[in-house]
Design a protein. Structure first.
Length: 437
């Protein structure tokens, strides 16, 4: 839900269930205690009435839409998105039921989580290794959401619930149809005024949580423009979410006002300053610093997309360990075992001083968990080639196979061939050097 304190919204609703029996509010469901409250909705723990041993594993979100066009719009959007994404990904909520209630209210019933990611981070429960599966899961959920044609536009720790140990993305009231064309792949912040649709200036033009706004949203808001709903905005917010979780729930960009500027202005200035210094000071692995730096780039076109998180070395430590261990194995047989291939019949283990075959030491095994510089460089290379590959796919889809093949042959194949040859040569030279000693 929206951060009411940050955007100056009125106080949360106080009488949403006045003069009614909470247990009879939604037909077919029993409500228990209130579990959350925002600017236009209240969430209750719920269960089906036919359950003999009721377990309140559902969440009933009651949205008040009376005499408020914006809230009515958000309720319609949330329902539309939930119906569109139901079943597309395990980290997207399952829509159980919806009910229209008296007094222009709507109840949306979904799965219920134990706590959100912000609460878990504040409790000190999440380390870098613990947060990894949640980041990968939410990036997959965002990919599915984008494929369904929507941008979330309010990704933050409070909107990621933990359900039976797994993460689930919630609260789609701020979602918008994903911008297609050039802007789907991101756009330069200095081009916001040229590419965005003009709109009457307002005090709070963009919806969502201001301290999680991407830089292009801030610039568009200052110019009185509506920033396009792009996947790049969700990528920024997910990167900032990871950074906030690792800082025990503290948002890097949220600022209080002073005599010279309001809290909104202070927050916007902090966003435009960037997160580079905070990332470098974070006591995490070099791979995670690399990923956060790419996700939190100011220029959307240079920013990593959510689809690049799952293939990043930080997200796949086992595969990285295999590649990294190539230069640290004393036995060719072990190298082949790591790569999942069989050694040739003539390959024999190299005997150690006592005539025993040597294997990876404890220190080598520990080192193998760290991603190599080449794997991080490969992640950057994949990102750099993304526009070219996308253009080739587009031409292929339009029936221009010859143009697509020429584009790949001209830009992609030579780069990959040179890099592959360099990596193979480096691994071979390193292996030969190990044998020499």
């Amino acid at each position: 839900m929206m951060d009411t304190a940050a955007v100056g919204q009125p106080e949360p609703l106080t009488g949403i269930t006045d003069h009614e029996d909470d247990e009879e509010l939604i037909p077919g469901f029993t409500l228990n205690e209130e579990v959350g409250r925002g600017s236009y909705a209240v969430c209750f723990a719920a269960c089906r009435k036919e359950c003999t041993a009721p377990t309140f594993d559902l969440c009933a979100k009651v949205l008040m839409t009376k005499d408020h066009a914006e809230r009515a719009h958000q309720a319609r959007v949330e329902l539309e998105v939930l119906k569109a994404v139901c079943g597309l990904h395990s980290s997207l909520p399952r829509l159980v039921a919806t009910h229209e209630l008296p007094g222009e209210r709507v109840a949306i019933i979904t799965q219920r989580g134990e706590m959100n990611l912000k609460e878990a981070a504040t409790s000190g429960l999440l380390s870098e290794d613990a947060v990894r599966p949640h980041v990968v899961a939410i990036s997959g959920a965002l990919q599915a959401l984008h494929r369904a044609g929507f941008a979330h536009l309010d990704v933050k720790p409070a909107n990621i619930m933990l359900v039976n140990g797994s993460s689930m993305l919630i609260d789609f009231g701020m979602a918008e149809p994903l911008t297609t064309g050039k802007l789907a792949f991101g756009h330069a912040s200095h081009a916001v005024r040229r590419l965005a649709a003009a709109k009457d200036a307002a005090e709070d033009l963009a919806g969502g949580t201001p301290s999680y706004f991407a830089p292009e949203v801030v610039l568009a808001d200052r110019a009185g423009l509506e920033c396009p709903a792009t996947a790049a905005r969700d990528a920024w917010a997910l990167g900032l979410t990871v950074l906030s979780v690792l800082r025990q729930g503290e948002n890097l960009f949220r600022r209080a006002g002073d005599s010279r500027r309001t809290s909104k202005q202070a927050t916007e200035e902090a966003i435009l300053e960037g997160a580079a210094s905070a990332i470098s000071e974070l006591p995490v692995s070099a791979a995670l610093q690399h990923l956060l730096t790419r996700l939190l780039r100011a220029e959307p076109v240079a920013r990593f997309g959510v689809d690049e998180i799952a293939t990043h070395p930080w997200a796949r430590p086992r595969e990285v360990a295999k590649v990294h261990a190539l230069s640290r194995q004393d036995s060719p047989r072990d190298v082949c075992a790591l790569l999942g291939s069989r050694p040739s019949p003539t390959t024999t283990d190299v005997a150690g001083p006592q005539g025993e075959a040597t294997g990876p030491t404890g220190s080598s095994a520990q080192m193998s968990r760290r991603p190599s510089a080449s794997s991080l460089a490969m992640a950057d290379l994949r990102h750099g080639l993304k526009p070219t590959i996308a253009a080739a796919r587009f031409r292929l889809a339009r029936g221009r196979a010859g143009q697509a093949a020429a584009l790949v042959s001209e830009r992609v194949t030579p780069t990959l061939s040179v890099l592959q040859a360099s990596l193979q040569a480096a691994a071979f030279v390193s292996m030969v050097g190990q044998r020499a000693y």
